[in-house]
Design a protein around this ligand. Structure first.
Ligand SMILES: *Cc1c(COP(=O)(O)O)cnc(C)c1O
Length: 281
């Protein structure tokens, strides 16, 4: 996790943003754990320093189709731009990223070019929006079509149902982990991503001389063992020296039976590794 101490001081950010004072995390580092920065505070500070505020809601933007998650975007009205990736959790195939800008002139002033060969009546009379002026390249694939198809097929209610189903499955998985002393949920779960590790406390109860490093090593082995099965795939993150497994539930066809299968596998693979661990120690 990157802590930009100099930026923190330059912007005179509230203490809660500083890692050195046990605060949260601004600027970088929220993606792996799906933590959300407080937009209201940040956009106020940005305004004071005439800074551009971009809200990168790549993952959680999708969840905000449900009213119960909207509060994560409180303060978004202060942003200059906002983006989210329908290819992450909005049932749309890779790649598709939606970008909204409050004032498109800011963008086109920087990126437009107007060579004679591209001149035409529709552009000159402002009958069309020229997206060539919104980016560096002139050409662009027509990604809006696949997103439009998803929205037309599922509708708002259908998409909300999918998001809620995934969050419910993640909550269920989190509850299973919490009820099992072998594991520890490492960071609070906000959406449908659960971060967990092999509990250092559980290891300490098994052998006399266990360390946090043992928990890291076993968690890493557990992930490699699970992914090696070819049946599930998860990623990891190291948060301030702690290795954790990330379980992200976001695929279109994921159902309860898949999460149950994952839980059985986690149990089996972890038990094998822990048995080996106690034998070696
Ligand atoms: C996934 C993610 C990204 C990366 O998005 P790409 O469009 O795939 O490069 C950026 N920011 C956040 C917050 C993300 O969750």
């Amino acid at each position: 996790m990157l802590h930009m101490e100099w930026l923190f001081k330059l912007l005179q950010l509230p203490k809660s943003f500083s890692f050195s004072s046990d605060g949260g995390g601004v600027v970088h580092g929220t993606t792996p754990t799906t933590a959300v920065d407080p937009l209201l505070t940040l956009s106020d500070i940005a305004k004071r320093f005439h800074m551009w505020t971009h809200v990168d809601a790549a993952y959680i933007g999708s969840a905000c189709i449900c009213l119960e998650f909207r509060h994560f975007l409180d303060g978004v009205e202060g942003a200059n731009s906002f983006s989210f990736n329908p290819h992450k959790w909005f049932l749309t195939t890779l790649d598709c990223c939606c970008l909204w800008v409050k004032n498109r002139i800011d963008l086109t002033k920087a990126l437009s070019n107007d060579p004679q060969l591209l001149k035409n009546k529709a552009s000159d009379t402002k009958k069309v929006v020229d997206y060539k002026d919104w980016q560096v390249a002139l050409s662009r694939r027509f990604r809006a079509m696949k997103l439009w198809m998803v929205i037309r097929s599922y509708g708002i209610t259908g998409l909300q149902e999918v998001i809620r189903k995934h969050v419910k499955l993640a909550k269920h998985f989190e509850a299973l982990l919490c009820a099992d002393k072998k594991f520890e949920v490492s960071v609070p779960r906000n959406f449908a991503t659960v971060c967990f590790k092999v509990s250092p406390l559980a290891l300490a109860n098994m052998v006399n001389d266990s360390s946090d490093e043992d928990s890291n090593r076993l968690t890493k082995s557990l992930l490699e063992s699970l992914n090696g099965s070819g049946l599930v795939y998860m990623t990891h993150v190291v948060i301030e020296g702690v290795y954790v497994i990330r379980v992200a539930i976001s695929a279109t066809l994921t159902e309860e039976k898949h999460v149950s299968m994952l839980w059985d596998m986690v149990q089996e693979h972890a038990s094998n590794l822990l048995a080996k661990f106690t034998n070696i120690k």
